[in-house]
Design a protein around this ligand. Structure first.
Ligand SMILES: O=C(O)CCC(=O)C(=O)O
Ligand SMILES: [Fe+2]
Length: 196
């Protein structure tokens, strides 16, 4: 029996989940926390996978592929093809994120910035259209379980002190994502709404 799309998606999501958990463990360690800290907070409870198709565009200068934004969740693992178009705002300028065969792009999202109290900063990125050929990408977003309304997300206690007070108020995954969706990709950060 050949592989169906469903098998491929199940296999991809299970491998991406394993990779995301390893990355979240490494980030916890980098913050001086127990390796399981972010996982125990529920950062990988929910995985949403979005496939994007950007058609070839005869007048790319008049079109936006994806407007400038930051992702809302904790981390995003992005698979992009060789066409190019993804740009990240780095050192005060837009920089192409070049395709590297076999490599994935990992973006820090707003909720990781919130719980790490700005130690990890969400990446501003956008996608520009091109007139040569269509582009495909697959984005895997790591989030908490949005039905758990009692799970408060706030700057991690170990990362705040009298000298380094919390920059954000507590929220829930659902409140944050509801606000993020309502606001839309208007070029402003959803984090401003939660800033103290
Ligand atoms: O298509 C891409 O490379 C990026 C898509 C993206 O930024 C997103 O889905 O949040
Ligand atoms: Fe994004």
């Amino acid at each position: 029996m050949g592989y169906t799309c469903r098998h491929i998606l199940m296999e991809y999501s299970s491998q991406v989940m394993k990779l995301g958990c390893s990355i979240l463990k490494l980030i916890s360690e980098a913050l001086g926390l127990n390796p399981n800290h972010l996982l125990e907070m529920g950062c990988a409870e929910r995985l949403t996978i979005s496939g994007h198709y950007y058609p070839r565009c005869p007048q790319p200068e008049l079109v936006i592929g994806t407007t400038e934004h930051t992702d809302g969740g904790f981390i995003t693992i992005l698979l992009q093809d060789h066409i190019g178009g993804l740009q990240v705002f780095y050192k005060n300028q837009w920089t192409h994120v070049l395709h590297i065969s076999g490599a994935l792009v990992v973006n820090v999202g707003d909720l990781l910035q919130l719980v790490t109290n700005d130690k990890f900063v969400s990446s501003r990125h956008k996608v520009v259209a091109n007139k040569v050929c269509p582009r495909v990408s697959v984005a895997s977003f790591f989030m908490t379980d949005l039905t758990k309304t009692s799970n408060v997300l706030e700057p991690i206690k170990e990362l705040v002190s009298d000298h380094n007070p919390a920059n954000y108020r507590g929220t829930t995954g659902k409140e944050f994502i509801d606000y993020f969706m309502r606001k839309g990709l208007d070029g402003t950060s959803a984090l401003l709404h939660f800033k103290i």
